[in-house]
Design a protein around this ligand. Structure first.
Ligand code: FAD
Length: 565
């Protein structure tokens, strides 16, 4: 606000000069000047993206003193956790989207929306370059900002596997889900045409899903439900030819979940007839075949004929975000590194949140080592197992991902690494050197992101940042308070702290696995009801809540719709 003050003083000075030089200023001019002053007083906040992070920021921003400009290629918010339900017609696409302007109408301040995509950020001159596809004349425009919020999510990561972009479906946007729904029905109609060999029918009805993470698993489960509950009745002649295969490069599916959930899911899929191929890395996708390399059997290459393939293997960086990262010296990273106040490292007025950002892991490591040091009460440079466990508990509370991974495949590494160097960590007698611990944690640092790329994180970050923006001026004017929000040192606010509320993995057949805080795992029909209630309550508006609940009810009564529209 220092810049703003000087700007304001300059404006007052200009006004005074006009008054003394040009005689009396008319009342209307004075009002206009004061309005102009109040207009220039507003800081320009540009928000890129209307996904979880951007929408949660906009919903919680209550300070009318900002001039907000939102730029996004989509004029709606998508409730992504229900996208797999759209692929099979359990829920309609329109039920999970909310027009972004509906959200603006409930806000006090000035919010402008442009349906366009950001092409480039010029951090030095505080400008974003945008392009729209809907204008008949000028397609490109530039927007200035005082503060920039980057909340553009992530791309699909194909790991440069040949043929993926050309031949696979993705599941990121509503359009993707609608396209998958149409293709599933197309495959059934194609397989019902006369003149096809049995082999060809089998190929067309083979649905391959690449990636055993939550999205791939949920889609496989939804597709299995759709086929067994609805399509087999409509296509009785070809029902026995349908096959669903889930390909996963790792040793297990749902590896970020508790081991009990992983085991249950694998077992349930086996019973349902979904072919789970773990240790299978897809190396090439052609029009009709997927080539896989076995990571278990000495790199054996296999080809799998398929009718429809869905690629769901993780997330990558959007090209313009990569360009921005290069400008500010963040090279070779997957996501924009921010500090714990969500400010992009190396800038003072750009914030990044959601899937496109990550809290700088160097800072996290410093934080973790500070926790270890604090646990070392006698300053001996070593920790007893009890102290280590207390410190680890602290770390897991602060960085829930560490806790989650500890119980899952990836983070077994930490436990394994500890065991390798120190033996069984459960034994009382073992002492652990803090420096060693830091090294061990930094070894897994490269393999994990300390916060998961989820809607939960994105939405909490949006809310946090909006609250900071709401109080920025107050905190600036009253350096002593409000203490509740204030941070220490140069920081005006307390750092962002993620609260993990648990995660779900729907497994089909009205069964869901839930992993809730406090090590609570629940799998089965009761968790499915919990899933229904949580996802109904998390809807961004009463309109979408009503539509989603109506869709679920319709599905219970009439089944899913199998028409191609
Ligand atoms: P997004 O929500 O992806 O929003 C990005 C926004 O940026 C969009 O509005 C997009 O149009 C816009 N944008 C893109 N490019 C540009 C550009 N160049 N310029 C301007 N704007 C741009 N998470 C959970 O916690 N629970 C779940 O159950 C869950 N299920 C999921 C199921 C599926 C199928 C998928 C795909 C994701 C799921 N996730 C879930 C993950 C969750 O959706 C993401 O973590 C979350 O969307 C990230 O929010 P975001 O705001 O960073 O990005």
């Amino acid at each position: 606000f220092r810049n703003h003050d000087s700007h304001f003083k300059l404006l007052l000075l200009c006004t005074t000069v006009t008054v003394s030089g040009g005689g009396l200023l008319a009342y209307g001019d004075a009002v206009a000047a004061s309005e102009a002053a109040s207009v220039t007083e507003k800081k320009k906040v540009v928000v890129l993206g209307t996904g979880w992070a951007g929408t949660s920021f906009l919903k919680n921003l209550n300070n009318p003193k900002y001039d907000v400009h939102v730029v996004s290629p989509r004029n709606y918010f998508t409730f992504t956790p229900l996208l797999p339900s759209v692929t099979c017609g359990t829920v309609e696409a329109r039920s999970i989207v909310e027009p972004i302007r509906n959200i603006f109408t409930k806000k006090k301040g000035d919010i402008q929306f442009s349906e366009a995509e950001c092409l480039k950020i010029d951090a030095a001159n505080r400008k974003v370059y945008c392009r729209t596809n809907i204008s008949e004349n000028e397609n490109e425009f530039v927007v200035d900002y005082d503060y920039l919020i980057i909340a553009v999510g992530a791309n699909v990561n194909t790991f440069n596997t040949p043929g993926v972009v050309e031949n696979c479906h993705f599941l990121k946007e509503v359009e993707d889900a609608q396209k998958i729904r149409r293709t599933v029905i197309d495959c059934f109609e194609r397989a019902s045409l006369p003149g096809l060999s049995e082999e060809e029918r089998k190929r067309v009805l083979h649905f391959a899903i690449v990636g055993g993470g939550p999205t791939g698993v949920e889609f496989a489960a939804s597709l299995h439900d759709f086929v067994t509950e609805d399509l087999v009745k409509l296509y009785p002649g070809i029902k026995d030819l349908v096959k669903i295969t889930l390909l996963e490069a790792g040793d297990h599916i749902l590896s970020m979940f508790d081991k009990r959930i992983t085991a249950f899911a694998e077992d349930k899929f086996r019973r349902d007839g979904i072919d789970v191929k773990t240790g299978s890395m897809v190396v090439k996708v052609s029009e009709k075949e997927i080539s896989t390399k076995s990571l278990k059997n000495g790199g054996e290459i296999a080809t799998i004929p398929y009718g429809m393939a869905v690629w769901s293997t993780g997330i990558g960086t959007r090209p313009f975000v990569k360009d921005f990262m290069t400008q500010i010296g963040q090279i070779n990273r997957r996501a924009v590194a921010t500090d714990e106040w969500l400010r992009v490292e190396g800038t003072d007025n750009v914030y990044a949140l959601g899937d496109c950002a990550t809290i700088n892991q160097r800072k996290v490591m410093e934080d973790i080592s500070a926790i270890f040091k604090k646990a070392d009460t006698d300053n001996s440079g070593t920790l007893t197992v009890k102290e280590f466990q207390a410190a680890l508990k602290d770390i897991c509370e602060r960085y829930p991902q560490v806790g989650l991974y500890l119980k899952s495949n990836q983070m077994r590494n930490i436990a394994d690494l500890l065991k390798e160097s120190k033996g069984d960590i459960q034994k009382e007698s073992i002492e652990l050197n803090i420096e060693e611990l830091k090294t061990l944690l930094s070894k897994v640092d490269s393999q994990m992101k300390f916060l998961p790329a989820t809607a939960q994180v994105a939405s909490q970050q949006g809310t946090y940042l909006a609250k900071c923006f709401n109080r920025m001026e107050d905190c600036e004017k009253n350096p002593e308070g409000p203490l509740r929000y204030r941070g220490e040192g140069r920081h005006r606010f307390k750092p962002f702290r993620y609260r993990h509320l648990g995660q779900f993995a729907p497994l089909g057949g009205e069964q869901t696995a839930a992993q809730l805080p406090g090590d609570w795992v629940s799998i089965g029909h009761s968790s499915q009801w919990l899933w229904y209630s949580v996802y109904a309550s998390k809807q961004v508006s009463w309109r979408t809540r009503a539509l989603v609940v109506t869709d679920w009810t319709r599905r219970f009564i009439f089944g899913r719709d199998s028409s191609q529209i």
